[in-house]
Design a protein around this ligand. Structure first.
Ligand SMILES: [Zn+2]
Length: 249
């Protein structure tokens, strides 16, 4: 594996128990340069061609999440996480190449096994920072990864088994930030980026997208189909939390 080690890291304060996936509009060395200039880092970059570049040793805390929240943890997600930037000129709004995703699946499978990362802790940057981040993007193949044991997907029919109907409570079951109304709305949209991309507005202007992560309107939150998908996903997460060993977050 190619290495291009960056000096932007420090010591982990907790063991690794989380995988955070990102996209960057740059490719290869350009993506590395961009992070370096911003004094940020990530453990690996996966180029459009499917090549992995190592930037920070996994033992160290890379700087890629920023202010975030997931499953009640609101501090220092970087200490918990392995971070991977996936190069995508559309910032994950257009489909990824098969070679790239196959490489990603192969690599993430190893990480998930090595650190025993529970499926609920395989997340996108937008899941943990919904007010600020749009990546890895609505075209990211979460379902395909979940089929390979990386992260979690859902069965639509399980919506019927979920008694809860409150959107904030359902988002909370999954792990999203619902500490106030603004965060809840942003989390609902981040949920769409991950599980219901039909409600996500494509923005061809990447600079605009990066500065305008949220839509003007949140009408999708009134859609019955949105609620049913949310209920089905929450059911998956709730059941897994009950059946699997406690996560150390
Ligand atoms: Zn990111």
């Amino acid at each position: 594996m190619k290495e291009y080690l960056l000096p932007h890291y420090d010591e982990r304060q907790t063991p690794v128990d989380m995988l955070v996936l990102h996209t960057t509009a740059f490719n290869g060395d350009k993506a590395v340069e961009c992070l370096d200039k911003l004094k940020l880092s990530v453990h690996y970059i996966l180029t459009i061609e499917g090549e992995l570049i190592k930037l920070v040793d996994e033992r160290n805390r890379a700087w890629h999440v920023g202010v975030g929240f997931w499953r009640g943890v609101e501090q220092d997600l970087n200490s918990h996480a392995i971070g991977i930037e996936i190069c995508s000129p559309s910032l994950g709004q257009e489909s990824f190449s098969n070679a790239q995703i196959e490489k990603l699946i192969h690599f993430c499978s190893k990480l998930v096994r090595k650190y025993k990362i529970v499926p609920q802790n395989v997340v996108g940057h937008s899941d943990v920072a919904p007010l600020r981040k749009p990546d890895p993007g609505m075209a990211f193949p979460w379902k395909r990864l979940a089929n390979e044991g990386i992260g979690l997907w859902y069965q639509p029919k399980n919506a019927l088994k979920m008694a809860e109907n409150n959107i904030a409570k359902l988002l909370d079951i999954i792990g999203y930030d619902t500490r106030n109304e603004e965060a809840t709305k942003a989390s609902a949209y981040a949920f769409c980026r991950h599980f219901a991309p039909q409600y996500v507005i494509i923005d061809k202007d990447i600079h605009h997208l990066v500065d305008n992560v949220l839509p003007q309107r949140f009408d999708f939150m009134n859609e019955e189909k949105f609620l049913q998908t949310l209920k089905a996903v929450a059911y998956s997460y709730q059941n897994l939390s009950r059946s699997s060993s406690p996560c150390n977050m």
